[in-house]
Design a protein. Structure first.
Length: 139
């Protein structure tokens, strides 16, 4: 699962922005065969007087992304993925003049459960069934 925590100051993202952003996040991962329900985006509004960058309060977005369903061992592939994520994020953030930072943490797959089950193997028939049903199915 990709779990996105999107911390933002007030008036930086509208309700429609959040919906569109979450839809774009989901589309990014389903291109690689992940079930749509794996993609989780949590939006956290942080008061302007509680967000400082370099000691200065400013409109900003800080995103942490946990990758549980897939990990990349190759540094070049990780760099490409990070650049693609930047391209996905940019229209909602720094293209609007907002300060943006994000990072990706890759979590070992064997430390993740969903609906009381370990996820099926990446690319397996079971995972494809989960993607088609858009929910975890017992196996």
């Amino acid at each position: 699962m990709p779990l996105w925590h999107i911390h933002h100051t007030p008036d930086t993202l509208t309700v429609q922005d959040k919906q569109n952003f979450a839809t774009d996040i989901t589309a990014f991962y389903t291109r690689f065969g992940l079930p749509p329900f794996y993609a989780v985006a949590l939006f956290h509004e942080i008061a302007a007087d509680s967000c400082y960058v370099g000691g200065v309060s400013m409109p900003s977005v800080r995103i942490t992304i946990d990758h549980l369903a897939r990990q990349l061992d190759d540094p070049d592939l990780r760099r490409q993925m990070t650049e693609r994520l930047h391209d996905l994020i940019a229209p909602y953030t720094h293209d609007r003049g907002l300060h943006l930072e994000f990072n990706v943490t890759e979590v070992p797959r064997d430390t993740w459960m969903i609906a009381g089950m370990f996820p099926p193997a990446a690319g397996s028939d079971i995972e494809r069934g989960w993607a088609e049903a858009n929910k975890p199915l017992p196996y």
